[in-house]
Design a protein around this ligand. Structure first.
Ligand code: URA
Length: 197
């Protein structure tokens, strides 16, 4: 199996995930599951929370206001969007943009795990506190989990089955849209990714 086939299998399974609590909501609203997009050979993988309305309509991650900020930061650091892989923990839109529930993270987490296993990134940049906590736990760094206000911009070393990996927790771009201070911090933290290009 090649990476494309592996990813397609993951996509097909999520699209057919009738047991998800978000499945009926997806279908009723003619939304799409949002699997992720980018290079299957990416060095940097971004993991957000869950698709918003724009993303669910288009079936693509980070294409709304938060996505515009992400695009701006990528461009500022000369990182082409097509060279990275962008996804979320939860692959379907939660109603009213609410935070993902633990049960939803549990349902979709294994699909993210498989995507990481296909892409084998050198760095995972987490966007927001949910993906930060999920990824830290996944790589046995539970003991180092702090509030995102402390962890942001740091680099954590971990071991993946395919080799060493680094985790860079970042604030969620959506949180930075209306908060100038947070936005400046996020832009500054983002520069840490330049070294991995
Ligand atoms: N917020 C997220 O966490 N993910 C998206 O894809 C869009 C907004």
């Amino acid at each position: 199996m090649n990476k494309y086939d592996d990813m397609k299998r993951i996509r097909d399974e999520v699209v057919a995930l009738t047991e998800s609590p978000l499945y009926a909501y997806r279908v009723a609203n003619h939304y799409h599951a949002v699997l992720g997009e980018g290079s299957h050979d990416a060095t940097i993988m971004f993991v957000g929370e869950a698709p918003g309305k724009n993303e669910a309509i288009k079936g693509r991650p980070f294409v709304g206001a938060a996505g515009k900020l992400l695009d701006l930061m990528l461009a500022k650091n000369n990182i082409p969007r097509e060279s990275v892989y962008i996804t979320n923990i939860v692959k379907d839109r939660p109603p009213e943009n609410r935070d993902p529930l633990p049960s939803e993270i549990e349902m979709y987490g294994p699909f993210l795990d498989r995507q990481i296993q296909v892409i084998r990134p050198k760095v995972i940049a987490t966007l927001g506190r949910f993906s930060y906590a999920y990824i830290m736990r996944k790589f046995d760094l539970d003991l180092f989990i702090e509030p995102i206000s402390k962890a942001h911009g740091h680099i954590f070393d971990a071991e993946a089955p395919f080799g060493p990996i680094q985790i860079v927790p970042l604030y969620h771009p959506a949180a930075a849209i209306y908060n100038q201070h947070l936005k400046e911090t996020l832009f500054k933290d983002f520069e840490v990714l330049k070294q991995f290009v």
